[in-house]
Design a protein around this ligand. Structure first.
Ligand code: 13P
Length: 247
């Protein structure tokens, strides 16, 4: 009942020209497993991406959005501009934003509410640090992050995607085992159910963290895992192909 999603988070990679070139390669790729495909380039490359994606089935996502309509927020980007460029999804609260740019659960909530108000679908990232994992508090951490991020979301919950990204698995080559990721994602869905009831079963929850062609099959076979948020393996068409065609 949930359409799988494979989303590429390109992070701070790919100039506008490189974005266009990668998208041209991705458009030639087969999509045998039928997942919804999303690419999330840098803000400055979104216009080039939008143009290159015309007529394709690949959806466009941004990597952040501000919570104000406009104003004195130097360096930020508002939701209306993203909408105007044809952006459909927006990653919010990635651990790199939390670690380097002071993003908190509260600002993640504010950004998510603004995205939804503007008709953008947030991909909200949650995940525990290595220290928190070692303390055995993974589920508490991710459930709290999820609940705060979703405060006052109401009926718009149907337009939310969650990405569970253990911080220790991002860019490290380490992944949560499929069973471990499945259990944590089940806990996140349980937290959503506590607030939003049966709608929780319609919310897609992705896994992210060193997901690649080798481990995608086993991760995607888990019942609670509805897709992947892919970093490094999304930066070259042949690598992304291995994730997209996971079966
Ligand atoms: P990697 O796939 O490079 O570990 O990055 C995951 C990620 O942070 C996606 O948002």
């Amino acid at each position: 009942m949930r359409t799988p999603m494979i989303a590429g988070n390109w992070k701070m990679n790919k100039t506008p020209a490189q974005t266009k070139a990668l998208i041209e390669d991705l458009k030639k790729m087969q999509n045998r497993c039928g997942a919804e495909l999303v690419v999330c380039p840098m803000t400055v490359s979104l216009a080039a991406a939008s143009e290159a994606l015309k007529g394709s089935n690949i959806h466009l996502g941004a990597q952040n959005v501000h919570f104000a309509d406009n104003g004195a927020y130097t360096g930020e980007c508002n939701a209306d501009s993203l909408k105007e460029l044809g952006v459909e999804y927006v990653i919010i609260g990635h651990s790199e934003r939390r670690q380097y740019f002071g993003e908190t659960d509260v600002t993640v909530n504010q950004r998510s509410l603004k995205a939804l108000e503007a008709g953008l679908k947030p991909i909200i990232c949650v995940g525990e640090s290595l220290e928190q994992k070692q303390q055995g508090i993974t589920k508490e951490i991710v459930c709290m992050q999820t609940k705060v991020a979703l405060l006052n979301v109401g009926a718009q919950i149907e337009n939310v995607v969650i990405a569970y990204e253990p911080v220790w698995a991002i860019g490290t080559g380490l992944t949560a085992s499929p069973e471990e990721a499945n259990a944590t994602i089940a806990a996140i869905r349980g937290a959503i159910r506590e607030v939003f009831g049966a709608a929780a079963d319609r919310v897609r929850i992705l896994y992210g963290g060193s997901m690649n062609a080798k481990n995608a099959h086993d991760l995607m076979a888990q019942p609670e895992i509805d897709g992947g948020l892919i970093g490094g393996a999304a930066l070259a068409a042949e690598k992304f192909d291995g994730v997209v065609n996971f079966n």
